[in-house]
Ligand binder design. Structure first.
Ligand code: NAD
Length: 496
């Protein structure tokens, strides 16, 4: 039993160790005694430990999941969805606790953590609606011959998730996979494994049979064992592009259905006719929200022509943000060093640091970088090309819209792209031309909300389709096509 997390402020608080949850029981790894510290990024010190598992633990979880699957797959879809109804209620009831736990292990401020739980609840709601959406088709395709399509589970499936959304990203996968009738092995990020302990507990309270949901804690070794395990049928991954690409290859080689979402370098195109207030508010929220640690965060602002009046408003809003209150820390010291490195390098290469967050802190400890704006950047420097994953906006100036679109399309990622304009024509041209899967008009974080599917293009996604919405259900199920013809028995009477 995992106790509730009782913190109700940012004051430091410890939590129970993150162990494995296999077949409904909490367990330590079979062969390894290794543990890692789970750091509270605001305080820069360990609030818990996480066990580091290996291939044997993956195998034990798969065996438990396989056993549970045999009964779970026979539950009618409506009954499977009832577990999601109950989970939704429990998440609502415990929203404050879950939000504080996310805030402590991830660092994001309370309001952002709460918004994450709310988005997770929305994903669970989608799971509740699946019985009404998942009816297959049936048609008499020729005289006396009927074809029908039935969505069936795959069996044991697995998910691997990143550190930046401890509950929302697991819930991008779980409702569709579980309501679809699969059993699941989840590997949380070793940096933020604690909220999923409470999620496992809530799923148990919601009536999910033991073994249908399993947690295996750890890092690369666990992920590779999941890719290689012959009894795992599908593999969902969300994380950086380097790892997404590698695990997509490995899971596919082992015959698995795989969908692996990767990193991003999102471009926001701002033209002179954009609404100043709306644009400034939105751009700042996009690049500083969750301290820039979102795959949908604004990263490059492409300034088309003379937009200095808008950039001034962006800077004025960003410099008012109070680190610690309006924006949380980044995840660890390595992140601080990486982000500062990009800013130092941009400065050396002649860009102007229009807002400098390098030395901003909140208190004496923790991992802090304040909002930073790099202006007049050469588009070839690393700050303009690579994912920084911190509260840094790089401004690249171009003379016209064609050059802005050309710049966006040269970037290898394709997660998100937005335009700020009051012109319908410009909005339409950008929406038709940018090479990105999730696009926004006057929206800096253009996340397709349920029921629409989340997923980027190019180096931001390996595999086919989207992970959420209806595509998610299709990903975690397979279609059985049944063609039937019934001939009357020769000796049939009206009673037969
Ligand atoms: P990460 O790639 O370092 O880790 C993701 C997961 O992979 C973790 O569970 C980790 O334990 C595991 N992992 C790490 N290295 C591995 C390796 N060499 N082999 C196998 N598994 C490995 O990512 P992160 O730092 O946790 O998260 C941030 C990244 O995730 C950013 O690049 C961000 O853009 C991306 N992200 C993408 C989306 C999306 O929807 N496209 C959403 C959220 C985050």
């Amino acid at each position: 039993m995992i106790p509730a997390f009782n913190a109700k402020s940012y004051d430091f608080a410890e939590f129970v160790p993150a162990r494995n949850y296999i077949g409904g029981a909490w367990a330590d790894p079979r062969s390894s005694k290794e543990t890692l510290e789970v750091l509270n990024p605001r305080h820069g010190k360990a609030m818990a430990k996480v066990v580091m598992s290996g291939a044997e633990d993956v195998d034990a979880a798969v065996k438990a999941a396989e056993k549970a699957f045999q009964a779970w797959r026979l539950w009618p879809i409506r009954e499977r969805a009832h577990v999601m109804y109950k989970l939704r209620q429990l998440m609502e009831k415990n929203i404050e606790e879950l939000s504080w736990l996310i805030s402590h292990e991830n660092g994001k401020i309370y309001s952002e953590a709460k918004a994450e739980v709310e988005k997770g609840i929305e994903c669970v709601e989608y799971g509740c609606s699946l019985p009404n959406l998942a009816a297959g088709n049936q048609l008499e395709v020729s005289r006396g011959v009927a074809c029908e399509v039935v969505y069936e589970p795959l069996g044991v499936v697995a998910g691997v998730v990143p550190f930046n959304f401890p509950i929302m990203v697991p819930l991008w996968m779980l409702p569709q996979a579980l309501v679809g009738g699969n059993s699941f092995v989840l590997k949380p990020s070793e940096q933020v494994p604690l909220t999923t302990l409470r999620l496992a507990q809530l799923l148990e309270e919601a009536g999910l049979p033991k073994g249908v949901f399993n947690l295996v804690q750890g890092g690369r070794e666990v992920v590779e064992a999941l890719c290689d395990h012959p009894d795992i049928k599908a593999f969902g991954f969300v994380g950086s592009t380097r790892v997404a690409k590698a695990v997509y290859g490995r899971a596919s080689t082992h015959g698995k259905r795989a969908l692996c979402l990767g990193g991003a370098k999102n471009h926001l195109i701002v033209v002179p006719d954009a609404d100043v207030e709306l644009t400034a508010e939105n751009v700042v929220a996009s690049f500083t929200g969750c301290a820039g640690q979102r795959c949908m965060a604004a990263s490059v602002l492409v300034a088309v022509g003379d937009v200095d009046h808008i950039l001034k408003a962006v800077r004025e809003k960003a410099e008012k943000l109070v680190t610690g209150t309006d924006m949380g820390p980044v995840t660890n010291e390595a992140s601080v060093q990486r982000i500062r490195g990009y800013i130092d390098d941009a400065e050396k290469q002649g860009a102007k640091i229009a807002l400098d967050g390098r030395n901003q802190k909140s208190g004496e400890s923790g991992f802090w970088v304040g909002p930073t704006i790099i202006d007049n950047a050469n588009p070839e420097i690393p700050a303009a090309r690579e994912e920084i994953f911190g509260p840094v906006l790089t401004i690249v100036r171009v003379p016209n819209l064609e050059k802005a679109i050309e710049l966006e399309n040269k970037n290898p990622y394709g997660n998100a792209s937005s335009v700020y304009t009051t012109s319908g024509d410009i909005a339409r041209r950008v929406m038709q031309s940018v090479d990105a899967g999730m696009c926004g008009v006057n929206i800096g974080v253009p996340v397709p909300r349920e029921p629409f599917g989340f997923g980027g293009w190019n180096d931001s996604s390996f595999g086919h389709g989207n992970l959420t919405g209806w595509d998610g259900y299709r990903f975690w199920t397979r279609q059985r096509k049944i063609t039937s013809k019934w001939a009357l028995q020769k000796d049939a009477t009206w009673m037969s």
